[in-house]
Write a protein that binds this ligand. Structure first.
Ligand SMILES: NC(=O)c1ccc[n+]([C@@H]2O[C@H](COP(=O)([O-])OP(=O)(O)OC[C@H]3O[C@@H](n4cnc5c(N)ncnc54)[C@H](O)[C@@H]3O)[C@@H](O)[C@H]2O)c1
Ligand SMILES: O=c1[nH]c(=O)c2nc[nH]c2[nH]1
Length: 564
């Protein structure tokens, strides 16, 4: 199977691309050979200004189209563009440009405006009364006024006028397809050595020879360390091709997740598991899947690995509090092939310090199934929802069981990230809650204990202490509402919940972005005042401006790399 995906070139060492097919933005089309329809659309729809981010947007869209069997939905298009930041044009024309590739019902744009009982127009985006549609209509009727609002009829990829685009789509080169992967030993500048073992046995041997060597998977952390923090590693061992670290298995007691599994792969796997298993078993899977949605952008999730995130032991890791709260275990292997298991909650020892000796590596994560009436929830608050690191995050789990006719808390785990050098367990709070029937009478005492468990000193790194402290309480309050609501729904509890608070437990969903721009155009001559495609847009669509790659990898783990 050939896999095609976007990655960031700035975080992809050349050594790591051996055996892959790299497609760059120039590769898919340029002025001489003709532009690719994706490139063409972006210029036509005024989707580029300075052009710095343009190749990234083009390649993200291209990768999505090439890896989708069916036309993507608008949501998929927006998701695939996350991780590309534009500071000039704004996202409206970019998204509008690509909307034509979507399988969508265009009613939001074409249907007559929605109205409320008073005949007031309703904004299709917010669902609230607004005047934007009226303005659009006015603009449309005035001959002296041009509006950028166009009705985009859905059309398939092939219906786009590719103009002079004459090339067939790039294929995975047959010579790479026939080629067998070999273990690699590459020598670079300044005595750098790059190893790529193909078996666990070879990896353990290399580890025994070079206990100080840096293990690398996605390089999304190590790449930042070497580029921006002056870290230097002489010997690097890439573990991307060691099959034993890529396990993804459903087992009797839970999931077995290899440490080299990429986060995008994990997302896909969890979705399948959730679809196939009972919901009571997959509460942890759901929580991890929901957290992954807000973990960086597509290009990072395509490379960043489960083990890379765990072993980086970042205080703001989005997943580590969840591994701890869900009761996950980590399997660790040493150079003599001895495997030991440790609980995730005991693994993080200090600031970026984990329970791994020089002769050990992380092999896999064992994530247990949840039991009936066991609930897991993830939390993350950042400055902005997408592509940002957490101010505070958390993982919480609660198991409710029946004892002498009462449904009480039999087991609870509350873990916060972003509040200390390591994820912190609210131990006193957990102890207090066990054996209790959860109701709002417990909340005051619980909040007081949480403040003791998760103290944030006035000068705590990260600042915003009062806000972050209040987040620790509000996350628990949301969790209380969530568990209570679930138990009420099952008819096992009858705890009165204030309706005004219930929005706190609704999952956040955002409709696809739509926007309109109305402006007056006072034509002067043939060009001034007209919304014309600027000349440099054509160059920007196909120039190397931003580092982004798309890789094609072949068998076992093959990619297609897009590079712009
Ligand atoms: N650059 C970004 O925009 C961005 C965004 C989100 C996340 N991240 C980072 O991505 C990381 C995810 O992983 P990655 O695959 O890119 O990491 P990586 O390849 O950069 O490795 C990260 C660290 O984990 C160690 N490591 C990896 N696998 C190991 C194993 N099996 N046993 C022992 N040590 C191991 C490495 O030696 C290294 O110290 C997260 O930690 C996070 O910090 C980066
Ligand atoms: O767990 C993480 N989540 C993130 O969003 C992130 N960004 C950088 N490093 C990160 N780690």
């Amino acid at each position: 199977m050939i896999k095609l995906q976007t990655i960031n070139a700035c975080l992809a060492p050349l050594y790591s691309l051996e055996g892959m097919h790299i497609i760059t933005v120039e590769g898919i089309g340029d002025r001489q050979r003709g532009l690719h329809p994706v490139q063409e659309r972006l210029a036509e729809a005024h989707g580029s200004q300075c052009g710095f981010c343009t190749p990234g947007f083009v390649m993200s869209m291209y990768a999505l189209l090439r890896s989708s069997k069916h036309p993507p939905t608008e949501e998929q298009i927006e998701d695939s563009l996350a991780g590309n930041l534009c500071r000039c044009t704004g996202y409206r024309p970019i998204i509008d440009a690509f909307r034509v590739f979507a399988k969508t019902d265009d009613s939001l744009y074409t249907a007559s405006p929605l109205e409320n009982a008073n005949g007031q127009a309703i904004c299709p985006s917010t669902g609230k009364p607004c005047s934007c549609r009226n303005e659009t209509d006015v603009n449309a009727n005035e001959s002296s006024t041009l509006s950028s609002v166009k009705v985009y009829l859905p059309c398939s990829y092939n219906e786009i006028d590719g103009n002079s685009y004459s090339e067939k789509e790039l294929i995975f080169p047959p010579e790479l397809q026939l080629r067998k992967f070999m273990p690699l030993k590459l020598n670079g500048f300044n005595g750098i050595r790059w190893y790529r073992p193909l078996k666990l046995e070879q990896l353990l041997y290399l580890r025994s020879c070079y206990p100080d060597a840096k293990l690398i998977i996605g390089n999304s952390e190590v790449g930042v360390e070497t580029k921006f923090k002056n870290a230097q590693y002489k010997v690097m061992i890439s573990v991307t091709h060691v099959p034993e670290l890529h396990t993804l298995k459903v087992e009797e007691h839970g999931l077995h997740i290899g440490s080299a599994v990429r986060l995008a792969q994990l997302q896909k796997f969890l979705k399948n598991v959730i679809a196939e298993r009972g919901s009571h078993e997959t509460s942890s899977c759901y929580a991890i899947l929901r957290q992954l949605k807000w973990f960086a952008g597509t290009q990072i999730r395509n490379v960043a690995s489960v083990g890379g995130n765990i072993c980086t032991a970042s205080p703001i890791s989005d997943l580590n509090p969840l591994w701890m709260a869900t009761g996950a275990n980590f399997q660790i292997i040493d150079v003599n092939n001895n495997v030991r298991t440790t609980a995730a909650k005991d693994f993080f020892l200090g600031y970026r310090k984990v329970d791994l000796k020089a002769d050990e590596i992380l092999l896999s994560v064992i994530l247990p199934w949840t039991r009936p009436y066991e609930y897991v929830k993830e939390f993350k608050q950042a400055h902005r929802r997408e592509d940002d690191i957490a101010l505070v995050n958390a993982g919480m789990r609660m198991h409710i069981t029946e004892a002498e006719g009462n449904w009480i808390v039999s087991d609870v785990s509350i873990v916060y990230g972003g509040v200390a050098a390591v994820p912190l367990t609210a131990a006193k709070t957990e102890k207090f809650l066990v054996g209790k029937k959860l109701d709002d009478g417990l909340l005051d005492e619980t909040f007081n204990l949480l403040k003791e468990d998760i103290p944030l000193a006035e000068n705590a790194p990260g600042g915003m202490v009062e806000f972050r402290s209040s987040l620790t309480l509000s996350f628990f309050f949301k969790f209380f509402l969530y568990v209570t609501h679930e138990m009420n729904n099952k008819g096992l509890w009858k705890v009165g919940l204030d309706a005004a608070n219930m929005s706190a437990i609704q999952s956040y969903t955002r409709p696809v972005s739509i926007g309109t721009q109305g402006y007056e155009s006072v034509g002067q001559g043939t060009a001034v005042g007209q919304p014309m495609v600027h000349m440099s847009a054509i160059l920007q669509r196909s120039l190397v401006r931003q580092n982004m790659l798309m890789t094609h990898q072949h068998p076992r783990i093959s990619y297609m790399l897009l590079w712009c």
